[in-house]
Ligand binder design. Structure first.
Ligand SMILES: C[S@@+](CC[C@H](N)C(=O)[O-])C[C@H]1O[C@@H](n2cnc3c(N)ncnc32)[C@H](O)[C@@H]1O
Length: 252
């Protein structure tokens, strides 16, 4: 499956009535996001919020004294964000746009974010590297890009399924069997109640390699629970917990 087809699958998932209703109505910022935003994105200028959903993070970033351009693949989510904006005026502009086509000029933004593991919907390592290079291009020098991601090898509710999937991919490569998953971390799910039928979750070590290829510097890294518990990332404590996401702040 090529990346355009995968993007269509993701778009369909987030355009679904129930999914759009959920993300269109969440407004709360996590304390761990607040910690990052207050530290790196207070009064910085013009921020791009990628995969903004219903504007959950966009409104908080605007409240920190920023102008925010917020984009998302899903038309109903952008519609929900615009409806919120009509009720809660703020310095934000919402657009339907694919994160893989960032047609802005170079050195344009004073900060960029992609919150709530949205980067997992950018297919495969190659797609993620291409995307990060584009983010770096449109970001001004010495400014920050923040994103969160699932960690493939976390011992959580998905661990067993992840091991089975990785084993399946291993044998498909060994015996040259053509399956949809081309890379460790890719997950297609055809269950009818699934939120989005595709995601690509990389392990922490793979993220380190991906970032190395983009010329970004890691300005800050921790897990969600590390920030919550006011401690550094720990391999022993942070490879568990279903919502113990990886928090990266990259600097151009
Ligand atoms: C888990 S939701 C998070 C929404 C919002 N950031 C929040 O925190 O509430 C992920 C969002 O990423 C968006 N998304 C996924 N792939 C995208 C892409 N290629 N371009 C733009 N948005 C994308 C989805 O439409 C969805 O709204």
């Amino acid at each position: 499956m090529n990346s355009d087809t995968i993007t269509e699958i993701v778009k369909r998932g987030y355009t679904d009535k129930e999914v759009a209703k959920h993300y269109g109505s969440v407004t709360e910022i996590w304390p761990e996001e607040k910690f990052i935003f207050d530290k790196f994105f207070k009064n910085v200028g013009h921020i791009l919020d990628i995969g903004c959903g219903g504007g959950r993070t966009s409104f908080y970033l605007a409240s920190l004294g920023n102008k925010v351009t917020a984009i998302d693949l899903s038309p109903p989510l952008i519609e929900a964000a615009k409806q919120r904006l009509a009720k809660e005026p703020a310095n934000i502009e919402f657009y339907v746009k694919d994160a893989q086509h960032l047609d802005y000029s170079g050195n344009h933004f004073d900060g960029i974010i992609f919150s709530f593991n949205g980067i997992g919907y950018i297919a495969r390592a190659e797609g993620k590297i291409k995307f990060l290079k584009e983010v770096r291009r449109i970001l001004k020098q010495d400014k920050f890009f923040f994103f969160t991601a699932h960690n493939l090898w976390s011992v959580n509710a998905y661990f067993l399924g992840n091991i089975l999937r990785v084993t399946k991919i291993f044998f498909s490569k060994l015996f040259h069997i053509n399956i949809r998953e081309k890379e460790y971390g890719e997950k297609y799910d055809d269950a009818p109640n699934i939120e989005v039928p595709y995601i690509d979750i990389k392990p922490k070590k793979k993220w380190d390699k991906i970032i190395k290829q983009t010329e970004f510097k890691v300005a800050y890294f921790n897990s969600k629970y590390g920030i919550r518990d006011k401690r550094l990332f720990s391999v022993f404590k942070d490879y568990s917990g279903t919502s113990n996401y990886l928090f990266f702040v990259l600097k151009k």
